[in-house]
Write a protein that binds this ligand. Structure first.
Ligand SMILES: Cc1cc2nc3c(=O)[nH]c(=O)nc-3n(C[C@H](O)[C@H](O)[C@H](O)COP(=O)(O)OP(=O)(O)OC[C@H]3O[C@@H](n4cnc5c(N)ncnc54)[C@H](O)[C@@H]3O)c2cc1C
Length: 322
């Protein structure tokens, strides 16, 4: 079905202003497509809530997450992208141009790039708060690849029992002196191979049937240990550690697209050859379609791919408008 012509219609609408969305904006703006970015409720995305980023190429001494994303944003604006403080609340992909209802109104898009990211699942403890008094970024993390380096020679806890948790644990074991894996049950869900690798790593100790009920010590402004509760006996104990890595899964931000786009069993958007989704003209970039890598550089890389895919798709439809 073709939409009516009265609404604002854009060549490219990008949902999300993290590294994936802003990179897509830079590329599509430079391709003359005048993209519109809807920033969403977390302008700048996940990098705005971290401190040092030491693995993004081009910064030999590292860069602060908010500074890195601010540069990307300024670059996108500089090359002509439009960025709005608004978010999509409903999309209709059965019409073309696609229809997007936002908090401020409605827009039509000839192509849609979805870069809405994913959020780590947390334990639900007050110490995990992002605000003042929280230990997030002060020893508490959800990404060993990102933050493991800061725990060289230290003691850390990994919470979880799936493949991701054991991958995080074996990665951290190469850096940390000691890694405790805290798991609420007496068996892992992770694959056999991953379990064997974990059991064969000498500086990993598994603490079965335990849950973390407190992270110490907000008063000191850093992680100093955790309180563990035995799920069978109810007994509690304190384990002194320098870091806590929560690895109980991620939640992709895809609720808007339920029933509209193909997703995997965990809600990540499925892509088919590059960044194409199950609906022609709709592309997905970054963590929203990536249960595996979840890095700023891979998000930016797939934002570039989505921009090129969108530009070529528009060319195939002969549908670009100035
Ligand atoms: C604490 C922390 C530290 C990290 N450290 C590193 C690191 O050191 N190195 C590294 O490479 N990676 C790091 N990462 C991972 C990295 O931040 C992510 O991989 C990356 O930000 C993913 O980018 P993205 O653009 O896909 O999504 P995100 O950054 O998650 O951005 C998603 C965007 O989508 C928007 N959005 C959501 N819903 C809507 C909607 N309905 N409409 C419009 N917009 C919407 C949000 O507002 C947000 O702007 C870290 C992550 C965290 C949480």
């Amino acid at each position: 079905m073709i939409n009516d012509k009265s609404m604002e219609t854009r060549n490219v609408v990008i949902l999300g202003s993290g590294p994936a969305g802003l990179t897509a904006a830079i590329y599509t703006a430079r391709a003359g497509l005048s993209p519109l970015v809807l920033e969403g409720s977390q302008p700048g995305g996940q990098l705005t809530i971290t401190t040092d980023v030491e693995n993004f190429p081009g910064f030999r001494s590292g860069v602060m997450g908010p500074a890195l994303i601010e540069e990307m944003r300024e670059q996108a604006l500089h090359v002509g992208a439009e960025i709005r403080r608004d978010q999509a609340v409903k999309v209709d992909l059965a019409v073309w141009p696609f229809s997007i209802d936002t908090e401020e109104g409605s827009i039509r898009a000839r192509t849609l790039i979805i870069a809405t990211g994913a959020s780590a699942k947390w334990l639900g403890l007050p110490e995990e708060s992002l605000g003042e008094g929280g230990l997030y970024g002060k020893g508490l993390s959800a990404c060993a690849t990102c933050d493991g380096f800061f725990f060289r020679g230290k003691q850390v806890v990994v919470v979880g029992g799936g493949d991701t948790a054991l991958e995080e644990a074996t990665f951290l074991a190469r850096l940390a002196e000691k890694v405790y894996v805290v798991h609420r049950r007496d068996a892992f869900r992770a694959s056999k191979a991953m379990q064997e690798r974990t059991f064969n790593t000498p500086n990993i100790e598994i603490l079965w049937n335990k849950v973390v009920t407190r992270i110490h010590d907000p008063a000191e402004g850093r992680v100093t240990g955790v309180t563990l509760k035995d799920t069978k006996t109810g007994e509690t104990s304190v384990l002194p550690v320098d870091g806590v890595f929560v690895a109980i899964g991620h939640q992709p931000n895809t609720v808007l697209f339920a029933g509209l786009l193909e997703m995997d069993e965990n809600g990540y958007l499925r892509t088919f050859g590059g960044t194409r989704t199950s609906v022609p003209g709709v592309f997905a970039a970054g963590d929203v379609a990536d249960p595996v890598y979840r890095q700023a550089i891979t998000a930016a890389g797939s934002g570039c791919m989505a921009a090129i895919d969108a530009e070529r798709w528009l060319g195939e439809q002969d549908a670009v408008s100035g």
